[in-house]
Write a protein that binds this ligand. Structure first.
Ligand code: CAA
Length: 705
């Protein structure tokens, strides 16, 4: 059963009940139509209220049905809404939680709406590469005007029901301590008494505002190609100003059909579901509990540690920041003040909110102050000796059952856990810089980490607004291990014939917000340089091109020294440096490398398929749980274009046979380390079995059940 019908004083309550978010699946759609029919047949009923049964009103169309025949099967959502609107007895939507996408469209088809003041509504289909496909582009502008409708549908943002922009949408706003159902029922009765059934579709077209559509089209510039939903939304909302309702619906329907088949929409939908799937740890079931996490400590109040502390405070968690000197704590406090000050100046926080966040952070130099914390996150210098000192102190001072987390990005978590007498309580929480901005959190499970610690750390990530992805222990975990191969290729390309700006341009056209050399300049070229020096000792089998070492030897470390691969006269804008380009040509000559013209497609494939080959190894080693988790790491942490769905999804979309073919070509072309291009065994296996990463994920998920 997906919706239940009960009658109270002549009002039928249609309670939507399709966990987790009342997605409008085929079964739920059928049951709404049946319920409305019953309302109209039953003489004891004067009106009906549509409400979520202890769930949000509705998160919209059931995304998991997209791409399956169920999503088109009648009654589709348009037919459901038509049945509601055509009901001879009033149907009132009672909204708690959220009414999103098709959920809001369903509410707009009702004869009146009532909402809890703090409920949130919106049409976020654009984030899935779609437009509202059940009348949203036609009803919303008629109700709230073109400007608000276009803004809401193109941005996909959610608004609280009480927002001024939504004036006219709700017959009543209900305070949290009032009874939503009671208010909705009383409104339903009064609509029934009035004898009139207001319907948005019978309103005349929205007032034309050509200047708003022109401005929206001008703002699109190139993004319409990357996100085809945007121009379609503008056209559909414009149709609501010039066409009658039925003709406007045809425009919307045709656009929805086109968009749902686009690669962009498939990629964005994959990203949405992959992000949610990532939070599920396969072999840790509902029977495993979580530990208490109310208070935290962060060890090391540098840039990273201070960022982590701010992130915790923003989520309402009390945090103690520990440093070795008073001087360092003063610096850290100033940086917190600066960040909060900027947030207030930009209107992202009120002065009161900033003050409340600051009040949750305190600084100390004494481990004794950490005795009662529930979790301590170490964020000190990346050296095993430095970590040993911290973890021994934590082991001595923390209460039993507290979680000991390390923010290490490269070191062996098992070795760190072995510094303590409680390795089961040790877990990796790898934040990305700046920690208060970047969404990704890699949760690293050591060989001896307890299941409840893993589960707690994954949920903790979500609580502080991050996307948690589980990783096993290896050098660089999922993200940095793969990105190392990406940067290696970028440098090989440069010594073989491409110039850094050409590599950056090709990858930016692919969709990365910044090419690898701009990223390297931003992060500091000295970081990559020290990794290369370390690799030369530790892993001589992993050769790097030293093409950029000369820049580092001259002290050109990137933006912070106003010169790196590019010049930065103003400290921010990258400008090509002819001197660097000459030195690159000279370097190739000194290595007897005959420079050649390298196409944009080779640049993109060499860098992106390097991610894919390493990703396949990470999967077969069991470091990542599933291919889609790797995609989430790249989407949330490395600026991989969302409209391509992540590296593994991209590889599946290209076709793994083609991917392997390209790798074989690269093995012949590449001068240094051609062996890297031997396809990972898993990749070969998938090609030989005509399978792909997504299927492999599913199969292994089943094996693990
Ligand atoms: N369909 C199916 N499942 C959905 C869903 C949907 N529309 N929205 C969320 N879910 C699932 C998630 O996959 C997740 O599943 P698991 O428990 O298996 O991981 C679960 O619901 C909970 O989701 P969240 O973790 O995101 O929970 P939350 O409480 O943080 O957020 C939410 C809830 C605000 C509804 C959020 O999930 C969300 O924004 N959902 C998408 C809304 C959306 O885009 N709707 C438009 C759909 S397209 C449409 O409606 C087209 C149309 O016009 C006809």
């Amino acid at each position: 059963m997906t919706s239940a019908l009960a009658i109270h004083d002549g009002v039928a309550v249609i309670a939507l009940d399709n966990p987790p978010v009342n997605g409008l699946s085929h079964a739920l759609r059928c049951s709404i139509v049946d319920a409305v029919a019953e309302v109209n047949l039953n003489e004891n009923i004067v009106a009906a209220v549509l409400i979520g049964a202890a769930l949000p009103f509705s998160g919209g169309a059931d995304i998991t049905e997209f791409g399956t025949p169920k999503s088109w099967e009648q009654p589709d959502l348009v037919a459901v809404i038509e049945a509601v609107e055509a009901s001879a007895k009033p149907v009132v939507a009672a909204i708690a939680g959220v009414a999103l996408g098709g959920g809001l469209e369903l509410a707009l088809g009702c004869h009146a709406r009532v909402a809890l003041r703090n409920a949130r509504v919106g049409l976020p289909e654009v984030k899935l590469g779609l437009l509202p496909g059940a009348g949203g582009t036609q009803r919303l502008p008629r109700l709230v005007g073109v400007e608000t409708a276009l803004d809401l549908i193109t941005s996909g943002r959610l608004l609280p029901a009480g927002a001024a922009e939504l004036k006219g949408m709700f017959a009543a706003l209900v305070e949290p301590d009032e009874d939503l159902l009671e208010v909705a029922s009383s409104i339903a009765r009064s609509v029934a008494r009035s004898g009139e059934l207001p319907s948005i579709s019978s309103l005349p077209p929205a007032q034309p505002r050509p200047e708003i559509f022109d401005a929206a089209r001008a703002r699109l510039s190139g993004s319409g190609e990357r996100y085809p939903a945007l121009p379609e939304i503008i056209a559909a909302v414009e149709a609501a100003t010039v066409l009658d309702f039925a003709a406007g619906m045809e425009v919307e329907k045709a656009a929805f059909k086109r968009l749902i088949e686009t690669d962009v929409s498939k990629a964005l939908r994959h990203g949405f579901l992959a992000e949610r799937r990532a939070s599920h740890v396969r072999e840790i079931g509902a029977d495993v509990g979580v530990r208490r996490l109310d208070t935290a400590a962060v060890i090391g109040a540098g840039l990273m540690g201070t960022g982590i502390a701010q992130c915790l405070a923003a989520a309402g968690i009390e945090v103690t920041l520990l440093e070795t000197s008073e001087q360092a704590t003063v610096r850290s406090e100033k940086s917190v003040d600066d960040v909060l000050g900027r947030a207030v100046a930009k209107g992202r926080l009120t002065a009161k909110q900033a003050e409340a966040q600051k009040a949750l952070i305190r600084w100390t130099t004494d481990y004794g102050d950490l005795r009662n914390v529930d979790i301590a996150i170490e964020a000190v210098f990346e050296s095993l000796e430095a970590k040993r000192a911290v973890f021994e102190e934590l082991d001595r001072n923390l209460r039993p059952g507290a979680i000991l987390a390390s923010n290490t990005s490269t070191l062996d978590l098992n070795a760190i856990a072995a510094f303590t007498q409680r390795p089961a309580d040790v877990v990796g929480t790898h934040f990305f810089s700046p920690a208060n901005v970047m969404r990704l959190l890699e949760v690293v499970r050591g060989d001896r980490t307890a299941p409840d610690v893993v589960k707690t750390a994954m949920q903790f990530g979500r609580r502080i607004g991050k996307v948690s992805v589980l990783s096993g222990v290896c050098d660089g975990f999922i993200g940095n291990r793969m990105v190392e191969e990406y940067f290696r290729q970028a440098m090989f390309l440069v010594e073989e014939g491409a110039l850094p700006f050409e590599v950056d341009e090709a990858l930016e056209e692919f969709g990365f917000s910044m090419g690898p050399f701009k990223v390297a300049d931003l992060a500091g070229l000295d970081i990559g340089w020290s990794i290369r020096k370390r690799r030369a000792q530790e892993r001589p089998d992993m050769p790097y091109s030293p093409v950029l070492d000369g820049l580092c030897e001259q002290g050109r470390f990137g933006q912070k020294t106003k010169a790196g691969v590019y010049l930065y006269a103003d400290g921010r804008t990258a400008v090509r440096d002819p001197e660097v380009e000459r030195s690159i040509a000279a370097f190739s000559q000194s290595q007897n490398i005959a420079r050649r013209e390298i196409s944009k497609s080779e640049i993109v494939d060499r860098c992106v398929l390097a991610l894919v080959n390493e990703g396949a190894k990470i999967l077969e080693e069991g470091i990542a749980q599933r291919a889609s988790d790797i995609d989430v790491v790249y989407l949330a942490g490395y600026g991989f274009p969302d409209f391509r769905g992540g590296p593994m999804f991209h590889a599946d979309s290209v076709g793994l046979d083609k991917v392997v073919e390209r790798m074989t070509v690269f093995e012949r072309l590449q001068t240094r380390d051609p062996a890297f291009w031997r396809p990972a065994p898993l990749l070969q296996h998938l090609v030989s079995t005509h399978s792909n990463f997504a299927d492999w994920t599913n199969r292994s998920a089943m094996e693990n059940l």
